[in-house]
Design a protein. Sequence first.
Length: 143
Amino acid sequence: MAPDQCVPEVAHFIIRQHFEAPSMWAIFPLQDLLALKEGYTKRPAAEETINDPTNPKHYWRYRVHVTLESLLKDNELKTSIKNLVRWSGRSFPHEDSQVEASPVSASSVAEAVSDKKIAGAADKIRLPSESNGVQPRDRVAVR
């Protein structure tokens, strides 16, 4: 069973795992990136549903509840996403000197689980070491 709420620490941890995956692409729905900031996660989950195939009148009607202008001004969210990209080594050219340490660690997620901020998460979230175990590899620019 999924947690009742996806707190930003859990969203960050999951998104970071996807960034660190050895796959060529890491693609995220906007809702997942917005979940990195608590202010954007106040809507009920039902309002975040993109499509409900069981309902013929609910066809791809999702609308983002945040304006583009407010997202452009949100330096905290932009920095969080930028650091995830840089920290994972997916940015090109590499900007290692500007990378901040990942602010969310396995221990902070474990703490959120133990504090019962995440209902049922202990059964769902595996707490790996700080790295996901994937060896870094040389990145190649695609032109």
